[in-house]
Design a protein around this ligand. Sequence first.
Ligand code: AP5
Length: 209
Amino acid sequence: MKLIFLGPPGAGKGTLALRAVDILKVQQISTGSIFRAAVAAGSPLGLKVKAIMDAGKLVDDETTIALVKERLAMDDVQKGYILDGFPRTIPQAEALASFSTVDKVVNFDIPDSGVLERLGGRRVCRKCGYNFHVIFNKPSKEGICDTCGGEIYTREDDKPEAIQKRLEVYRAQTEPLIDFYRKKGLLVDIDARPLVDEIVIEFKKVLGV
Ligand code: AP5
């Protein structure tokens, strides 16, 4: 199954994707994670995107589309994938349609208050990228990742000014994709407010898996 996870920053796309890859036996492709790994490695791509990401803005379409096109040409995603964080603009969605088909677009529905609560409390493992939360998903030992023992930090773009910018960018550039995919009959809505286990149940129900 080929899925897109669409929704505002902090809606829980990455968290549900981790559960959904187990259910569907497909790969998660997170453009945000790919960019963060490039920043951590100090590669030319990382140097190019770091300031843009820290400010909560979008990386340019040309760079992002080329990266996803290359990833979707790989063998391990021919039967299915979850695109988490792509597309984020109409030109990205149009480009995707030129090189891949999509079965469903899962729209994570959550008010801004929920976004602020989730992003304000998110903590991330520097080594494996696992997402913790200071209230909803605490690590057993403060500052240390349960999964890999890595150091836990706060993402630069989870600081208040960057969160506001990301929400503005989402409204202006990404939200129009809801109508874009609804008109194509591909959109399914998920209430992203409940805790993860409840969302998993709804996800399975709406997708019939
Ligand atoms: P990206 O990493 O994709 O950021 P995002 O879309 O803003 O999404 P997040 O990772 O912030 O949130 P999420 O919805 O995955 O929530 P999560 O599961 O972590 O992109 C980062 C940047 O990269 C962009 O700003 C841009 O610069 C660049 N970029 C990426 N893709 C791009 C593209 N296509 N084009 C251009 N630029 C691009 O959950 C959040 C928190 O809530 C966590 O702490 C989690 O533990 C907690 N939580 C999750 N679900 C629940 C729940 N149900 N109940 C309670 N707590 C929960």
